[in-house]
Design a protein around this ligand. Structure first.
Ligand code: PRP
Length: 178
């Protein structure tokens, strides 16, 4: 895709190499047991698909839809589940799979919600982390890349539903092309 407003921040090859490392690390950390990946729609679906295939063991996959209001502006962002899990995670090792952690509002809420369902453990894998933007505390166990506070699209991330299918993470430049 050629678009003058896009500048590659993390090229596809780097993303895939990092996901292979994460898959190998996570596989070692969970040598056995009932491991459930919980993908947060929609942005994380590309990361989840690649991470699951980089795993050296069997994993179950499931999806959750979350919507947030007032996100990033205040620490009191309202969160709502728009699609719940299909199967129970009681007694399972849950790995929440996210494309990006920004304010932390979404994951802070989700961890508390899933804890009530009595899983054996909960950890978080996020491809991208913007620590500067944090409003709520979140412990991200597996981070692909820490990035600066720039508006990024691609590899699942959108701007008004566009650009999700880019294979790289790109900065979306508001400056008009020269
Ligand atoms: C994005 C991202 C995370 C959340 C992170 O989702 O996928 O779920 O925002 O932001 P936070 O840390 O400030 O809560 P978005 O609401 O844009 O939905 P989408 O994945 O469907 O694009």
């Amino acid at each position: 895709m050629t678009d003058p407003k896009l500048r590659v921040l993390i090229p596809s090859g780097k993303i895939q190499a990092r996901i292979r490392e994460l898959g190998s690390q996570i596989s070692k950390d969970y040598p056995e047991g009932n491991l459930h990946f919980v993908c947060i729609l929609k942005g994380a679906c590309f990361f989840m698909a690649d991470l699951a295939r980089a795993m050296e063991r069997d994993v179950a996959i499931d999806f959750m839809g979350i919507s947030t209001y007032g996100k990033g502006k205040t620490s009191s962002g309202e969160v709502k589940v728009t699609k719940d899990l299909d199967v129970t995670v009681e007694g399972a090792d849950v790995l929440i799979v996210e494309d990006i952690v920004d304010s932390g509002v979404t994951l802070n809420y989700l961890v508390h919600l899933l804890e009530q369902r009595r899983p054996k453990s909960i950890r978080i894998a996020a491809l991208l982390d913007k620590p500067e933007r944090r409003l709520r505390p979140v412990h991200v166990n597996y981070v692909g890349f820490q990035i600066p506070d720039r508006f990024v699209v691609g590899y699942g991330l959108d701007y008004a539903e566009r650009y999700r299918n880019l294979d790289a993470v790109c900065v979306l430049d508001d400056e008009p092309a020269a």
